[in-house]
Design a protein around this ligand. Structure first.
Ligand code: BGC
Length: 406
């Protein structure tokens, strides 16, 4: 029988982000934007995870997960400039301690798309002079919570943030400006480098990186398709790694997308303007219409071998309200991930997006990404059948006993 075991001590878990689950994130730019009618619906109480975290973690533990990714909400910790909220800090200590008690490793994101309103009003990451605020916040987290953080993710998906907030005009501050986007890009690189250095100064043994959204690209057609695929990959991924080289202890990879690019895209450049450029041969799609392409995770990982760093899949998931595709989605992606490991990719963990259904940004609550279903009216949780398939893989550290299809 084919060897489908994962390396010893492989980390298995699920990922979340504060604004998407905690509820009442009153002092953030997203909250303010939602009150002004931004997005399809306001996040409101979300999953009330701020109160129910213990229950949610108990479920994750029951599902054999040995790690968990969450984000800290800067807007809670520093609701007004220079004013630290001790209660919020104490809360996050309790949250992280709860995971520690359950022997689950912690992946902690410092910035997952949402910012304190006061920081956003000052120009957010568009202004170089604002980086000192992020630095100060990082310093506080490193000294007050750092002992409970195993893996640091300074920033979540810079390319998606920049694309949605500064190019596509979809998320706050809803800009469509290449110059602003470029400034945010370089400032985020600097913010990451500064945070990385600081974290290591305060916690010398820390492991720090970033969660990058990395897609699989296929060039369709002749020379220009290939050129375009390489160009987009460089702009969204490799350039970021280039400018922050030496500042990653591991690579955090969020894999969702497969893009097929042809020379036609080059001439119809407008099509690339963050409209989904997925023209695809895939038949199955998620509820959001995203094509499902498991070999893409193998392609991405194989390419990342060049950086010679450990890799963690910090997100991979599917909007599938009926839970018809999720189990197969997971096993197929894991088969390809396993193949990448066999061929030398140093993958050390996989965190599924997401533990529970949540607020999917501008799409609102409709897309269901959770291993666990949330009834938003009663806040009841229900484990989906696919979560049990994943739980078995987590327990066995092996794919053999589950459906085995590539
Ligand atoms: C983000 C998550 C989001 C998920 C599904 C990732 O880009 O980090 O916040 O919910 O994708 O769209």
């Amino acid at each position: 029988m084919e060897e489908l075991a994962f390396p010893k001590n492989f980390l298995w878990g699920a990922a979340t982000a504060a604004h998407q689950i905690e509820g009442n994130n009153l002092y953030s730019d997203w909250w303010e934007w939602e009150q002004r009618g931004g997005g399809t619906e306001p996040s409101g109480k979300a999953c009330d995870h701020y109160r129910l975290f213990e229950k949610d973690f108990a479920l994750a533990q029951k599902l054999n997960q040995n790690c968990h990714r969450l984000s800290l909400e800067w807007a809670r910790i520093e609701p007004a400039e220079g004013k630290w909220d001790e209660e919020a800090l104490e809360h996050y200590r309790t949250v992280l301690e709860s995971l520690r008690q359950k022997k689950m490793k912690t992946f902690v994101t410092l910035f997952h798309f949402t910012l304190p309103t006061w920081f956003a009003r000052k120009g957010g990451f568009e202004k170089r002079s604002n980086l000192k605020y992020f630095y100060r916040y990082t310093k506080l987290v490193a000294s007050r919570l750092g002992d409970l953080i195993d893996f640091w993710l300074t920033i979540n998906e810079p390319s998606i943030y920049i694309g949605s907030s500064y190019l596509g005009g979809l998320w706050p501050p809803q800009k469509k400006n290449w110059f602003s986007a470029l400034k945010v890009n370089f400032n985020l690189v600097a913010a990451h480098r500064n945070a990385y250095t600081l974290i290591h100064r305060i916690r010398p043994r820390a492991k720090a990186g970033m969660a990058m959204n990395i897609s699989a690209y296929h060039a369709h057609g002749l020379f220009l398709g290939t050129f375009l695929a390489k160009l987009i990959k460089f702009v969204t991924t490799d350039s970021f790694y280039f400018f922050s080289r030496g500042y990653h202890d591991f690579l955090g990879v969020n894999y969702y997308f497969y893009h097929q690019l042809s020379w036609g895209d080059f001439f119809l450049f407008r099509k690339l303007k963050l409209k989904n450029i997925q023209q695809t041969i895939m038949r199955e799609r998620s509820d959001l219409g995203w094509p499902i392409y498991p070999p893409g995770i193998y392609e991405v990982l194989t390419d990342l071998k060049k950086y010679r760093l450990p890799i963690y899949i910090t997100e991979n998931g599917i909007a599938d309200a009926k839970d018809k595709l999720r189990a197969k989605f997971i096993t197929n992606h894991l088969c390809w991930l396993h193949q990448a490991i066999k061929e030398g990719a140093d993958v050390k963990g996989y965190l599924h997006w997401s533990l529970i259904d949540n607020f999917e940004w501008a799409f609102g609550f409709k897309p269901r990404f959770g291993l666990i279903e949330v009834d938003y009216r009663t806040q009841k949780r229900k484990i989906r059948p696919s979560a049990l398939v994943y739980a078995k893989i987590c327990r066995e550290n092996d794919l053999r006993k589950t459906t085995n299809q590539k």
